[in-house]
Design a protein around this ligand. Structure first.
Ligand code: NAX
Length: 327
């Protein structure tokens, strides 16, 4: 039998946490043969709720779950973890300035970076879900210099999966038959959902949809605004789809992407596709042997170029705002 892997979920008393921890405990993230020990972190006002989640995990009697740590202590939470899913953060509240929200998250991610660097297992893989996801990931990277930058990523897989879902509904095909959409850039409304290289079977999606105006207009806007549409309908933000996509992200990263298929991940830019180096930016990636690689050589038309640049510009500005919160 395999040794258990320690998985950290921060913000575990929140609504994504509540959907995510049972998925991890059922082997959806790391595989049906991989035992896990869950480390759940939240802040003191949520400690009692966090303990309730722990009680439910015990009650669910998951065969793969070999232990649960529920704590408000960052050091205890980070100790020995090989996977860290960072869902906890400071939400934007009515009337708050962007800079104030950024400032709160910068201090959270700075502190958690240091704890992960000191106490996590070597080669720990980190996924940031909490918004602003790309920039929180960048801060974590900056304040955990001994964690390799290739180990720090942010979640855009939910946007990727939303794009797959929209194409499958439009073409009335199985979502599992749609492949190779791309989310470029920021997990925000400037993200660029790109189907230029997407396929169903061996056919290009643009040829099947035969409606360029829809692809360049409504499709993009629907994916970009999907988070807001869920809030409007549910009066709560996406949770089950976010949790499921976080499992997809880690699973593909650890176990590999299928031959001929890529996924979208927010990763540290090396300047590929003329995206400024030093941003955490969503790219198409393939994974193998526990490492991601940016898919190279895709053609970028003029329409796409402008979209890639616009979302990069937003991230450059967010980065500057984050840095201004440090001083
Ligand atoms: P909730 O408010 O339900 O849960 C957040 C939890 O984090 C709370 O229990 C809170 O006490 C905890 N928390 C706050 N500060 C903490 C800290 N310093 N350490 C540990 N825990 C802390 O939010 P939820 O709906 O679960 O969303 C969580 C985050 O995911 C938000 O930032 C949200 O914006 C972001 N999202 C990101 C998505 C993505 O695709 N990247 C999509 C879904 C989601 O909107």
């Amino acid at each position: 039998a395999k040794e258990p892997v320690r998985v950290l979920v921060t913000g575990a008393a929140g609504q994504i946490g509540y959907a995510l921890v049972p998925m991890v405990a059922r082997g959806i993230m790391l595989g049906a043969d991989q035992p896990v020990i869950l480390h759940m972190l939240d802040i003191p006002p949520a400690a009692e709720a966090l303990n309730g989640v722990k009680m439910e995990l015990v009650d669910a009697a998951f065969p793969l779950l070999k232990g649960v740590v529920a704590t408000t202590d960052v050091v205890e939470a980070c100790t020995g973890v090989s996977v860290a899913v960072m869902v906890g953060g400071f939400p934007r509240k009515e009337g708050m300035e962007r800079k104030d929200v950024m400032s709160k998250n910068v201090s959270i991610y700075k502190a958690q970076a240091s704890a992960l660097e000191k106490y996590a297992a070597p080669n720990c893989k980190v996924l940031i879900v909490a918004n602003p996801a790309n920039t929180n990931a960048l801060i974590l990277k900056e304040f955990a210099p001994s964690i390799p930058e290739k180990n720090i990523t942010c979640l855009t897989r939910l946007d990727h999966n939303r794009a797959l879902g929209q194409i499958s509904e439009r073409l009335n095909v199985q979502v599992s038959d749609v492949k190779n959409v791309i989310i470029w850039g920021n997990h925000s409304s400037t993200q660029y959902p790109d189907v230029t290289h997407a396929t169903v079977g061996d056919k290009p999606v643009p040829e099947l949809v035969k409606d360029d105006a829809w692809l360049k207009g409504e499709f993009i806007a629907t994916v970009q605004q999907r988070g807001a549409a869920i809030i409007k309908a549910r009066k709560l933000s996406s949770a089950l789809s976010a949790a499921s996509s976080a499992c997809d992200h880690i699973r593909d990263w650890v176990l590999g992407t299928p031959e001929g298929t890529w996924v979208s991940m927010g990763v540290y830019s090396d300047g590929s596709y003329n995206v400024p180096a030093g941003l955490i930016y969503s790219f198409p990636v393939t994974c193998s042997g526990g490492e991601w690689k940016i898919v190279q050589g895709l053609s970028i038309d003029e329409f796409s170029r402008a979209k890639l640049d616009a979302t990069a510009a937003e991230l450059t500005e967010e980065k500057a705002l984050a840095y201004s919160c440090l001083s």
